[in-house]
Design a protein around this ligand. Structure first.
Ligand code: NAD
Length: 695
């Protein structure tokens, strides 16, 4: 049963019961309609209360039904709301905790709404690239007025119920802590005989000043919407509430909803929504796997990453001790942390008390004994296997039994690091991204011997640290950096062939990347790639790169930190200025190659960059380094600035169609350094089968 029915004197109480948030899936809708009909048919019932069990009135539609016929199976949401609205007996919605999306639309179909303070009220459909499709855009303006309704619908942001007191949305705001059903039943008894029944659809919308308001709102919404069509569609649907008769407005809303649901942008957002949830699941690590308690942490290395990682623990309320070999390094690390927090305080993002609390949770030490009792230690020392060996042997000797030993290595072999200890089951990779206190992505690297409980603990910890945890297997670069290397290689070849850094970046940014490859390298430090290429040269001498990046580094142009990289920088500023010196260097270098420089089109630039990611992603998937294509998409959306409206590289390839992606690769394979374009067997197979990575 997904809607309970109970009689309280002359009032029927219908309780939606579909944990965790009483989503309005088909079964719940069916049960709710049946309960409403039962109440209609019972002469003893004079009024009806609808509420939700547990910790929600209703969180909204069941979005898993979206791509299935269930969403359109009767009773649909529209039908349920019509049944409520057509009731001959007054219906009172008893709102508490969470009332969002279709849940709020259902409540708006009722004759009356009573609420507890602190309930989260929202129409968040825009966040999935949609608009409220069950009357929300027509009814909310009729209770809040046009402007507040528009703000809520276009932003999707929840508003606390008490902030909406005094509007027509709520007929009564109950005292905090009171019993919502009791309050609603008492209210229902008071209004049981009142006729005609009030209906939101009959409310008028204020028309004065409408045109001027809409003109300003359109400009504002369009400017903020970026590449997403939903915000403007939300606005147009809200406009319809003021300019069309109610039923026409509903039909208009429905049409716009159906059209939005088919857009790539909405599909990409829904993909990302599910991808984030899927990433938390590992097939052979069931949800009931025990986790180890993490009440204290340590970080080894007080550099760029160590400082940021320590902040993550402090932000989550976990005391953390940073260890380094030199007091100067500790002082510098702590000063960086202080500066970061101070800047948040200045911006008003952090209160002074939070500042004090977080700083108070961070200690520093030079002695391993001071970190021995920590539940987890994250190593972030130099990227050098010999240094890591010293540290891990030491950690193995001092850390308490059961402590998790994590490394933040970007490229080194986790299994070799684990082998420096006598407890490889406790060793795991926690690959944070720079700046570690800001970036959402956390690659969780599972070694050959990593314990399931350690993996489960890392996944739970990622949530606690408010990160998007994605599990990766052991390989050079894991998911993100292994793919980005192919992307950066293509960016280099494009320079050899005739493009310039700012043209490549402009094309990538027009596609939607937060930053093109050269701006990204200038930010991360060109010396990092230089160091890796030198190592590769020894390990894999056949892998070819454009020489331009090495020439750049030989001039000491490491990027923003040295004031010069692929671009010039004015001291203290981050704006990249195209550098005539670098351009001369590129053309001078290329003159010595056998290749004829040509004009490279923006479309080719984007395809070369993105398909390089896709091809390597396919290999990663096939090798089992990533568990699913959507995990790869999550890595790129949360860690590499891949455009959200395109859903991640693998999802994007699916939308282009794998046969077309493959055909482009085959074309590139005939070009400059075409050997970089051996298509991944998985890609070839899926293309032949007419399938996609995510389908
Ligand atoms: P960093 O050079 O800024 O800091 C390294 C710190 O480790 C220094 O403070 C140094 O004094 C300390 N250290 C060195 N040897 C030590 C030892 N034996 N014991 C204790 N402390 C020691 O380096 P970083 O950029 O923070 O990188 C650290 C790790 O994080 C590397 O493995 C790197 O690959 C990885 N990583 C870096 C980034 C990045 O963008 N910088 C991103 C992800 C991962």
């Amino acid at each position: 049963m997904s809607a309970d029915y109970q009689l309280r004197n002359r009032v029927a109480v219908i309780t939606l019961n579909n944990p965790p948030v009483n989503g309005l899936g088909l079964e719940t809708r069916t049960a709710a309609v049946a309960a409403l009909q039962r109440a209609q048919a019972d002469d003893a019932v004079q009024a009806i209360v609808i509420t939700g069990a547990g910790t929600a009135f209703s969180g909204g539609a069941d979005i898993r039904e979206f791509n299935s016929p269930k969403a359109l199976t009767e009773p649909t949401l529209h039908t349920l709301i019509r049944v409520v609205e057509a009731s001959s007996k007054p219906v009172v919605a008893a709102i508490h905790s969470v009332c969002m999306g279709a849940g709020l639309e259902l409540a708006l179909g009722a004759n009356y709404r009573v609420a507890l303070p602190g309930a989260q009220i929202a129409l968040p459909e825009v966040k999935l690239g949609l608009l409220p499709g069950a009357g929300g855009t027509q009814r909310l303006p009729r209770v809040l007025g046009l402007e507040p309704a528009l703000d809520m619908i276009v932003s999707g942001t929840p508003v606390a119920s008490e902030k909406l007191a005094g509007t027509l949305l709520f007929d009564d705001l109950l005292p905090a802590g009171s019993d919502v059903v009791e309050g609603a039943v008492a209210f229902a008894e008071r209004v049981a005989a009142v006729r005609p029944l009030p209906r939101v659809r009959d409310n008028a919308i204020e028309q004065a000043g409408l045109d001027a308001f809409l003109e300003a709102a359109r400009a504002r919404v369009q400017a903020a919407a970026g590449p997403f069509p939903a915000p403007l569609a939300c606005l147009e649907a809200v406009v319809a509430s003021a300019t069309m008769p109610f039923e026409e407005g509903l039909a208009y809303e429905r049409d716009r909803f159906m059209a939005l649901a088919e857009t790539v942008e909405s599909k990409a957002l829904r993909h990302a929504f599910f991808a984030e949830r899927a990433a938390a699941k590992v097939p052979d690590v069931p949800a009931d796997t025990p986790v180890r308690p993490i009440a204290s942490a340590a970080v080894v290395g007080a550099g760029t990453m160590g400082a940021g990682i320590a902040m993550n623990f402090a932000n989550a309320g976990i005391p953390v001790t940073i260890l380094d070999t030199e007091q100067a390094a500790l002082d510098k690390g702590l000063a960086t942390i202080r500066r970061n927090y101070e800047s948040s305080v200045k911006k008003g993002k952090l209160g002074q008390d939070q500042f004090d609390r977080r700083i108070g949770l961070i200690r520093t030490t030079l002695a391993y004994e001071d970190i021995a009792a920590a539940d987890i230690v994250v190593e972030a020392v130099f990227e050098d296997l010999a240094v890591k060996e010293t540290v891990f042997r030491r950690l193995d000797a001092v850390m308490k039994p059961g402590a998790i030993l994590a490394t933040n290595t970007s490229t080194l072999d986790l299994n070799r690091i684990a082998a420096f200890t006598t407890r490889p089951q406790d060793v795991i990779g926690l690959h944070f991204f720079s700046p570690a206190n800001v970036m959402k992505l956390l690659e969780i690297v599972r070694g050959a011997h990593t314990g399931k409980d350690v993996l489960a603990t890392a996944l739970a910890l990622s949530k606690k640290l408010k990160k998007t945890g994605v599990v990766a297997g052991v390989c050079d670069g894991f998911i993100g950096n292994r793919m980005v290397e192919q992307y950066i290689r293509q960016a280099g070849f494009l320079l050899d062939e005739g493009a310039l850094p700012h043209q490549v970046d402009r094309a990538a940014e027009a596609f939607g990347f937060a930053m093109g490859p050269f701006r990204m390298s200038d930010l991360a430090g060109n010396d990092i790639g230089w160091y890796i290429r030198k190592r590769r040269q020894v390990e894999m001498p056949d892998v070819k790169y454009s020489k331009t990046a090495d020439l750049l580094c030989e001039q000491g142009r490491f990027g923003q930190k040295t004031g010069a990289g692929w671009y010039d920088y004015v001291a203290g500023e981050r704006a990249p200025l195209p550098s005539p010196l670098v351009e001369d260097m590129i053309t001078g270098h290329v003159a010595g190659l056998t290749i004829e420089r040509r004009i490279v089109g923006d479309e080719e630039i984007v395809e070369r960059l993105v398909y390089a990611l896709v091809n390597e992603g396919a290999k990663i998937l096939e090798e089992g380094i990533a568990l699913r294509a959507s995990d790869i998409d999550m890595v790129y959306l949360s860690g590499y600035g891949f455009p959200l409206h395109r859903g991640g590289p693998m999802f994007y390839a699916d939308t282009v169609g794998l046969p077309a992606v493959l055909a482009a690769m085959e074309e590139f394979a005939r070009g400059y350094h075409g050997d970089a374009w051996t298509p991944a067997p998985l890609l070839v197979r899926l293309a032949a089968e007419g399938r996609g990575f995510n389908t």
